[in-house]
Design a protein around this ligand. Sequence first.
Ligand SMILES: C[S@@+](CC[C@H](N)C(=O)[O-])C[C@H]1O[C@@H](n2cnc3c(N)ncnc32)[C@H](O)[C@@H]1O
Length: 202
Amino acid sequence: MTQPGYDALAARYAAMFPGPYQSPIEHHAVAAFVDDIRAAGVVIDVGCGIGHVTDDLTRRGLDVIGCDPSPAMLAIARRTYPHLRFVEDDAALTRVHGPVAAIIARFSLIHIPPDLLPGILRLWARRLTSGAPVLIATQSSDMPGPATSFDHAVAPAWRWHPDELSRVLTEGGFGEQWRMVSRPDDVHRFPQVHLLARRNGG
Ligand SMILES: C[S@@+](CC[C@H](N)C(=O)[O-])C[C@H]1O[C@@H](n2cnc3c(N)ncnc32)[C@H](O)[C@@H]1O
């Protein structure tokens, strides 16, 4: 999957988002994800963009690989953090080999058509060991039911009701552990959900 919108707007994106988090809840959700990781190993930052969350996770002591399908976003990540590992790949993770200890996907799965997300999650479940955490953050909705498209500035995007996201994760082999939902504010048009799920055992 290519991302021409992010390629065209990468420099503007970097100027608009100079830091990794836009709110305390984002910061604390990622901190809770880090504390939830039980096994050593590689953590994948899916849709890492310009790499600032990859950098934050590395500073917190994790062994992280950032993946993104946009060469222009990755070029900024590599220039800013030349000591970190970045791979041009999408959420299917076909170019990152080996076992994976945990996965974080902040505001990247929103760009995957909802009918494709279950297949992506099943691929992840095959790569993760029992109990491994995944943290997914998306723009959210108060309307129960299927994900709905919205007018994202860069690329086609869908926002997820937390229950629907949880349901799709359950189908994919994960069990929800917790969710944080923040309300719209001056800078966020929609609620946002951070949902942590663990790979089921067996
Ligand atoms: C809003 S940015 C979020 C960047 C970063 N995760 C963060 O939290 O700052 C969305 C990113 O998702 C990436 N993306 C888009 N489609 C994707 C896909 N199918 N798989 C993985 N990443 C994707 C985009 O290239 C972009 O860098």
